[in-house]
Design a binder for this molecule. Structure first.
Ligand code: ZN
Length: 305
């Protein structure tokens, strides 16, 4: 019997999630969050971002966070490095993976990165050698792959053009992000097909989905059907994007893990433990988190005799 197909969930709550919340978590709180998450069986965590703390104060002291967290076997820790300085900091701080970001629409890239897409892609080649020579995994997220809050629909061929350049520059994994939660399942199939065609079989592909318009889980179900390597999600559905208007909630990790498990996929995640963490995270905020399993709970999944 062949084992269940596996999907790698990458927990992005400590970075994408906390970055978009106005309340600034202390280093110790962030360390506790990451340590609790890394004990659940989740294989990947986007833990920190090496950006200018003046620009993103929620992500300050990334080195301290990396120095204090536990590093259990089998869990890979990623940090965002968006320029040469960020990549160097990430390498020195001991991350396993450096993630870069480029946005698929020109206006949004300008607002998010303060540069054109061409300049951002040129910046990728500057960090690529450093990261690869340090022996770390180099990956990238293509934000707003499904649509842009300023320019509207993004063409899949444009996403593929960017993906091809990233792959040529040494990127081994690419996350296709629905940053504003505008996508639908047929778009998942379209984008996956066009990007796969452009980058070949060697590049790992995944999706970063938001549930802003309630299509995030339908998109995730379609994505695993396409055979993606990984999916990003956040505990309790924490987060949005501080640079995109009205971009709420990543898909919630524990909801995703429940869906995938009962679809026959192996994620390795202890869902009960995750629910506990989601409720703990929620206690820091005034409003409820968007996760559903944390409210509904699991159910006795045996047949009554
Ligand atoms: Zn996100």
């Amino acid at each position: 019997m062949s084992p269940d197909p596996r999907v790698e969930i990458c927990e992005v709550g400590p970075r994408d999630g906390l970055q978009s919340e106005p309340r600034i978590w202390s280093v110790d709180e962030r360390v506790e969050l990451i340590d609790r998450l890394s004990a659940t069986g989740v294989p990947r965590i986007e833990a920190v971002s090496f950006v200018n703390p003046k620009r993103v104060p929620q992500m300050a002291d990334a080195e301290d966070v990396m120095a204090k967290i536990k590093r259990p076997d089998g869990v890979s820790f990623a940090g965002l490095g968006l320029n040469a300085r960020g990549a160097e900091r990430a390498i020195d701080a001991g991350v396993d993976e450096v993630r870069y970001v480029v946005v698929a629409s020109e206006t949004f890239n300008q607002r998010n990165q303060g540069a054109s897409i061409a300049e951002t892609l040129a910046g990728f080649t500057e960090i690529a050698d450093k990261v690869t020579q340090a022996g770390l995994k180099l990956s990238a997220t293509i934000a707003a792959s499904f649509g842009c809050p300023f320019e509207g629909k993004v063409e899949a061929v444009e996403v593929a053009r960017i993906a091809k350049q990233l792959a040529a520059g040494g990127c081994v994994e690419i996350g296709l992000a629905d940053t504003i939660g505008a996508g639908v399942p047929t778009q998942v199939t379209e984008i996956y097909g066009v990007v796969r065609e452009a980058v070949g079989r060697e590049i790992g592909l995944g999706f970063h989905l938001h549930n802003t318009r309630n299509t995030g889980f339908a998109n995730a179900a379609m994505a695993v059907g396409e055979g993606v390597l990984f999916l990003d999600s956040s505990v309790g559905g924490l987060g949005g994007c501080p640079f995109a208007p009205n971009a709420t909630g990543n898909i919630a990790t524990e909801d995703l893990a429940f869906m995938l498990r009962n679809m026959g996929y192996e994620t390795g995640i202890d869902i009960d433990a995750y629910i506990g963490i989601a409720n703990w995270v929620e206690s820091f905020f005034d409003a409820p988190l968007p996760g559903q399993i944390m409210k509904a709970g699991l159910f006795p999944e045996t047949t009554a005799s």
